[in-house]
Design a protein around this ligand. Structure first.
Ligand code: SF4
Length: 460
């Protein structure tokens, strides 16, 4: 087990006053060594705290005193100090199996760890979940969690996960719901495998067995050009239409039985089926926003300057990242921009081009088309992953570079921060490798609107 390593100390914070330094390793908090950032936070949540740290081979005992709920002021370098629990499944639809070789190692980690589900919204199949885990989830209030359902038919689920435990592990979903834990589910819909009657059976199964589920996202299978599984293929537009029809039919059923829609089809389905997105208010709390559920409608509302919180009845659309004191700067989901990345000052005299994925372009184009000003949208094709991968979050530096090389000089180029993790693209390249400078903007509508404002003012 690794010792929690301090990567930053907030100036003037209780930890700073006690003399903790970046680089210190925490040996114990009040005599105990936490297993992960969740336990760390529970141990650290006291007014007076004994902190043992290791510094350059020396062990030091420090006393931390906090006043009136002050945050401790430490940033820790990892979320888990023991080992991440990896999955024991071999799903034929697994995107990690469809990655090319040579990418950074963390991208190949197939985690199935309920703690990462709580911390970052990663989905867990529960095939390695235990009674002790359930006790911890309940006693520490680790809620909400995100569970991969895929199919409620035990045989289909076991086949899809290629793990016989897949047939029985949804019993833990029942136990979590019985214990009052908020759970969001997902079905990765693989055409010819768990769509059609199987998907209908899954929705029936959810209504019968797991009606307390907070939401269920139906997301389409992503197939990269590195896929080796012959049965895995992208949806056709007709198949996408059929999924949307089924989901919308079941939304009505859930609404009449449970008073809420519960099941949602990912935005990708609407784009593939060339159908308009449902209105924002039909997405409830947009609880699976980062899973592509209601993301386009939320983007549109934020671009138009509407008050999302008000429209959603006082709830902000929830992203996955939970704010936890001490949570790592570089965890499994790193901040998108690297610390210190320079955001260029917009040149007010230039036209602006928004670079985004093919799906993102289809959402943004109709928003900017009616505006007066030199604003263009360029859909960057994902040649790196190929297949049906068209979301902005999976754009790589090589594809952005190829697009920029063919675009004129002297314009402002905007890029959503969702394709960066700690300032690096998925292919390991960075902004410095691009042939023209770009401005990185937040992936929400309001940030884009602000970034294109100079070009709109110019047209006035
Ligand atoms: S559970 Fe997730 S990580 Fe594991 S094989 Fe299946 S898709 Fe891949």
């Amino acid at each position: 087990m690794a010792l929690p390593r301090v990567v930053a100390v907030a100036p003037g914070s209780p930890a700073d006053r006690a003399g903790v330094l970046p680089g210190d390793e925490i040996v114990a908090l009040d005599g105990q060594l936490p297993r992960d950032i969740i336990e760390y936070q529970l141990l650290a949540d006291q007014e007076r705290l004994g902190l043992e740290v290791s510094r350059g081979g020396l062990e030091l005992a420090l006393k931390v005193e906090r006043e009136g709920g002050e945050p401790l002021g430490l940033e820790i370098g990892a979320a888990l100090f023991d080992r991440v629990r990896t999955c024991d499944n071999h799903c034929e639809f697994c995107f990690i199996h469809q990655l090319p070789t040579g990418m950074r190692r963390s991208l190949y980690v197939r985690d199935d760890d309920y703690r990462l589900s709580f911390l970052y919204g990663n989905f867990t199949t529960l095939t390695r979940f235990t009674e002790a885990d359930l006790e911890r989830v309940v006693s520490e209030g680790l809620s909400p969690l995100f569970v991969s359902v895929h199919a409620t038919d035990p045989d289909v689920r076991a086949r899809m996960l290629r793990n016989r435990r897949g047939a029985t592990s949804l019993r833990w979903l029942r136990a979590l719901l019985d214990a009052g834990v908020e759970v969001h589910g997902q079905v990765v819909v693989c055409p010819g495998v768990n769509d059609g009657p199987i998907l209908e059976g899954t929705l029936t199964g959810v209504l019968d067995e797991y009606p307390e589920l907070s939401s269920l996202a139906c997301v389409p299978l992503g197939v990269s050009r590195f896929n080796r599984e012959v049965a895995m293929r992208p949806h056709s537009p007709d198949e996408a239409n059929a999924v949307v029809d089924l989901v919308e039919e079941w939304q009505e059923l859930f609404l009449s039985c449970l008073g809420r829609r519960l099941v949602y089809a990912a935005d990708e389905y609407y784009l593939l089926a060339a159908r308009p997105f449902p209105p924002l208010e039909s997405y409830g709390a947009v609880a699976q926003h980062d899973n592509g559920i209601g993301m386009s409608r939320a983007f549109e509302a934020s671009f138009e300057g509407r008050n999302l919180v008000e429209e959603l009845g006082g709830r902000a659309p929830s992203g996955f990242f939970r704010s936890l004191e001490g949570a790592p700067a570089l965890g499994y989901r790193a901040p998108r921009q690297a610390p210190g990345v320079v955001t260029l000052r917009p040149r007010r005299s230039a036209g602006v081009t928004v670079l985004t994925g093919e799906y993102g372009a289809r959402v943004i184009e109709p928003l900017v088309a009616p505006l007066q000003g030199d604003v263009q949208v360029v859909a960057v094709r994902n040649e790196f992953f190929g297949g049906n991968i068209a979301v902005a979050g999976l754009l790589t530096g090589s594809d952005v570079a190829a697009a920029l090389a063919d675009l004129p000089r002297g314009r402002r180029y905007l890029l959503p921060d969702s394709c960066l993790s700690a300032g690096r693209f998925l292919d390991g390249s960075g902004l410095e490798d691009l042939p023209q400078p770009v401005e990185v903007v937040g992936a929400d509508g309001a940030s884009l609107r602000k970034a294109i404002a100079p070009a709109l003012e110019l047209a006035r």
